[in-house]
Design a protein around this ligand. Structure first.
Ligand SMILES: [Zn+2]
Length: 369
């Protein structure tokens, strides 16, 4: 699986020859392999005439013969002429697309790193804490804290001290509670040390009923602020379960963040203030360099036209460019061209999955002014 070090390596690369970058969404919960193969053929068509033929062939051969279809996304970079070839399997879905440039196109990977990079999971119970460090769905470090055994103590003291009471509770259970409190405090200390050593961005707390909340309360304030979610888990849960549950939490956080952006786009567009929806209007705004944040459905593609003179992209079959009077050429995907345009102008692109409104309109944007 891909990680931040891979991203840094890719970011440092430059070539004299064009590099073909291909992203393919292969989320098995979304579509079938055959549908993804078809999508790959379609997006590779967009690279014809721009990318080297041997790069396109290498990518096709990879998906036909070598790719194991693991994960939910794939990123492939090829520059055969410079002996450069890199593939990454991604634990999270991506938007399918191709880019040809003098360097690998890493923006989608950088966005994944933002959403799914570097986080810690603490699985806690009354006695222990298991600590995990993940980076883009890959386990990077583990640690463990084991405190005093609460159950043993209960058995040993419970029989002799069962009659003595203070404040209504048996001494044994009072003592038990003290041990649990100490264990939680020490576990929080272990996590703090783990945090300082690895410096992750976000924290997820998992465990049984009640313990998750108690553990969070025992954390120092600056760690409490890093908690982005929780889930129920048994102390002995296998690591793969912890990993998958934590990715679900990140996915929910990411979905919520995107939902808020989408709502902002539709609210702004409805008010006619700093927002547009539909491809035609969004293309117009992009041409004026006004798109700050583009939202686009993961599977939205539309053929269109590009002005050969000023680069204006449109989905309308126009005679002459309304901006400069230039002639148009057909392009296979005006939506993809729009994405490229927005990125070039320094705007943000938010790829959205399964949002009914975005699905209906395809694209929309928050505008700079
Ligand atoms: Zn034009």
């Amino acid at each position: 699986m891909f990680n931040q070090e891979d991203l840094r390596e890719l970011a440092a690369l430059r070539f004299d020859k064009p590099v073909l970058s291909v992203y393919l969404n292969v989320d098995p919960t979304d579509r079938t392999r055959d549908e993804y193969r078809l999508e790959l053929r379609q997006i590779l068509k967009e690279a014809e005439g721009v990318a080297a033929e041997e790069d396109i062939e290498a990518v096709e051969a990879f998906f036909d013969h070598q790719y194991d279809w693991s994960g939910r996304g794939a990123a492939v970079f090829s520059c055969q002429e410079e002996d450069f070839w890199k593939t990454h399997s991604l634990a999270v879905p991506v938007r399918s697309g191709v880019t040809v440039a003098s360097r690998p196109y890493i923006k989608p990977l950088a966005e994944l790193a933002d959403a799914y990079g570097s986080y810690a999971v603490a699985v806690v119970d009354r006695r222990q804490a298991r600590l995990f460090l993940y980076d883009l769905g890959e386990l990077r470090a583990v640690d463990e804290f084991v405190g005093e055994d609460v159950r043993k103590l209960k058995r040993g003291r419970g029989s002799s001290g069962g009659h003595g009471r203070r404040g209504g509770a048996p001494i044994s259970s009072q003592h038990e509670e003290e041990v649990v409190r100490r264990n939680i405090r020490d576990a929080a200390g272990s996590l703090t040390a783990f945090w300082e050593k690895h410096e992750p961005e976000r924290l997820i707390v998992a465990g049984g009923d009640g313990m998750v909340a108690r553990f969070q309360e025992a954390l120092p304030k600056h760690l409490q602020h890093r908690v982005i979610g929780t889930f129920g888990a048994d102390m002995n849960a296998p690591e793969i379960e912890i990993r998958e549950r934590s990715l679900e939490v990140l996915e929910q956080v990411e979905k919520q963040r995107k939902r808020e952006i989408v709502d902002a786009v539709f609210t702004a567009a409805a008010k006619g203030a700093n927002g547009v929806i539909r491809l035609a209007d969004t293309l117009g705004a992009a041409h004026e360099g006004r798109v700050q944040t583009l939202v686009i459905d993961r599977h939205y593609h539309r053929p269109g036209y590009r002005c050969q003179h000023c680069g204006y992209i449109t989905d309308q079959d126009l005679q002459k460019c309304p901006f400069c009077g230039g002639d148009f050429v057909e392009i296979p995907d005006a939506a993809e061209a729009l994405v490229t345009r927005v990125i070039e102008e320094g705007g943000e692109v938010e790829v959205v999955d399964g949002n009914a409104k975005v699905k209906e309109f395809g694209v929309g944007a928050l505008l700079r002014y």
